[in-house]
Design a protein. Sequence first.
Length: 183
Amino acid sequence: MTERQFLIVDDDPTFCAVLARALKRRHFNVMVAHDGESAEALVREHRFHFATLDMRLEGPSGLTLIPTLKQLQPDMQLLVLTGYASIATTVEAIKLGADNYLPKPADTQQILAALGYSEDTSGQQNHSQAPIPEQPMSVSRLEWEHIQKVLTEHQGNISATARALGMHRRTLQRKLAKYPVKR
């Protein structure tokens, strides 16, 4: 069985350690970068089959790293992971070249499935698709998604977004301070 090369780009050392350990048990050779500069250096030096990229890194957003990584290694399967998932950032990540997008928390099985990789019982690689959720999003989640879309359209400007949504700026700030609704 050949080892597959996997890059984890995330500024959370605990998450990196847990995911790396789980991937190594599945016969992946894993390297970790905690910022965009380190990730780019690793991609220049090594060939990777798969990579996960946290959207919120120290410094510039992980989204700004996608075009560089895909230009250096176009065949690498790139998955954006984030605790702040929204439709707007999902669309942006895919437009920039990410192969898939997954909200945190995600386990190793979900990550590999989102990358189109799974192993059957004989250890052979299978390509699979991530399952389609059975239930639609809740009204709260749809509201949060819409706010994120409008915020992205206004380049993160809270005042302009509040005006576009027809709500008070402080109300919008309170809504943005909350964690996104799961479903």
